[in-house]
Write a protein that binds this ligand. Sequence first.
Ligand code: NDP
Length: 433
Amino acid sequence: KQRDPEQTDFQEAVFTVLDSLTPVLEKHPEYIEANLLRRIVEPERVIEFRVPWQDDTGHFQVNRGYRVQFNSAIGPYKGGLRFHPSVNLSTVKFLGFEQVFKNSLTGLPIGGGKGGSDFDPKGKSDSEVMRFCQSFMTELARHIGPDLDVPAGDIGVGGREVGYLFGAYKRLCGFKNGVLTGKNLTFGGSAARTEATGYGLLYYTQSMLKAHNDSLKDKKIKISGSGNVALYALQKANELGATVLTVSDSNGYVYDPNGINDKIVQQIKEVERGRIKEYAQQVDSAQYFEGSVWDQDIDYDIALPCATQNEINAQQAELLVKDGARYIAEGANMPNQTAAIKVYQDHGIYYGPGKAANAGGVAVSALEMSQNSERLSWSFEEVDAKLAQIMHEIFTKSEKAAQEYGMDGNYQAGANIAGFNKVATAMMVQGLV
Ligand code: NDP
C-alpha cells in the first residue's frame, strides 16, 4: 500500500489472496523465512510502452500499452490483453496477479501475465483497430514467444484483434503459431476456445450446485455483460435447462421473464456488433432498463457476473441475498467488491471466485498451446470434454483445500490456497527467483 498507493485494484486482489493464506503460513513457516509473500506480489517484469497510430481522418493518436510478466514459476507467462479506456498499471497488475493463481489451479504448465492498453476499440473502424494492433505488436513482439509469454484476448480483444495482432507478429518474427491464443481456427486456433470461459463457468457452477445436492435445471439466473463470457455462459445455461433472466452492457440491461434467447444475443453482439438494448426491440416479452442489473429487485437463484471488476457493491450484494439467490460464480475477474463478498459470507451464500470459476478460458488456451506444439487440431467435443473435466477438478481442488484448512464451503479461500500452494512449492525449489 505504501509503495503503490494509487494501485487500489491491485491491492484489493493481493489482500484478498493474502487473507486466505494465514493458515498456510502457520503450517509452512519456511515460506515466511524465504520472504515468499514479498516475492510473489512483485511482478517479475513490467513493460510499459507508447502506442502511436493513425486514425481514419489522418490524425496521429497515442495510447499507452502494458505487459506485466508476473510469475513464471510453473511455465511461460500466460494471460490476456485488455483494450479499454479504464486500463492502467493497477488494472494490469491486479489481473496478472489473479492470473498466476488461476493458471496454477488449471493444473496446466502455465505461469501468469496480463497486458493491454487504454485504447477503446468501441466505435473504431476495422482499419483503425488494425493499425492500432499493428503498432501495439511492433513493441510487444520483442517480449513474447511460445515458450516465453503467450498473450490472448480479454475485454475489447476478441477474434478480430487477435487476428490483427498475429498478422503483425508474423511480419516481424515469422510464423510461430504458439505465440498467441484465441486465434482463428484457420491458423492454429483451438475449437471451443471462444466458448471456453462461459461454458467453463457453467461447468464450475454445476459442480458447486452438485456439492449441495442441487442442479441447474429450472434455476433462474441473472447474468451481467453481453460480451464473450456472458454470451457463452448464457448459451450453456440454456442448454442445461436453466432460465436466464438478464444480460447487460455498460449502459443498461434487458430482462426477459421467459428467458433470454442466446441466438438473438449472438446475432446482435457478434454479427452486428450492436448494443444489448436492441434485444428488447426485437423480443416482445423483454424490457430494457438503463443502469446496473444488480439494482434490479427480482427473485432468482444464481448470479453470474460476467462484465467487469467491482460491478457489485455491498448494497447490491444485500439485494441479491434478499432476492433469494443462493449461489454466485464469477465469470468476470473480481466483479465483487470485497464488502460484497463479506455479505455472501455472512449470509451463507456459496461464492465461486473468478480465479476458479472463469479459468476455463485460459485452460483451453493452454490446450491450444499443446495442439500448436504437436501440430494437431483436436475436435470440439474433445476440447469441451477436457474443459468440463478441468473445471470439475478446479472445484474439487478448491473444496478440498478449504476443508483441509477448516474452512468447509469457503471456495474463495480454497481456490486461493490450492492455487498458491503449487506456485509456492515451485518457487521454493527453484531457489532465489
Ligand atoms: P467483452 O469485451 O467481450 O465483454 C465485456 C462485457 O462487459 C460487455 O458487455 C461490456 O459492455 C461489459 N462491460 C465492460 N466494462 C463495463 C463496465 N465498466 N460496466 C458495465 N459493463 C461493462 O469481454 P469478456 O466477455 O471477454 O470479459 C468479461 C470479463 O470476463 C472481464 O472481467 C474479463 O477479464 C473476464 N474474463 C474473460 C475471459 C475470456 O476468455 N474472454 C477469461 C477470464 C476472464 P460494453 O459493451 O457496454 O462495454
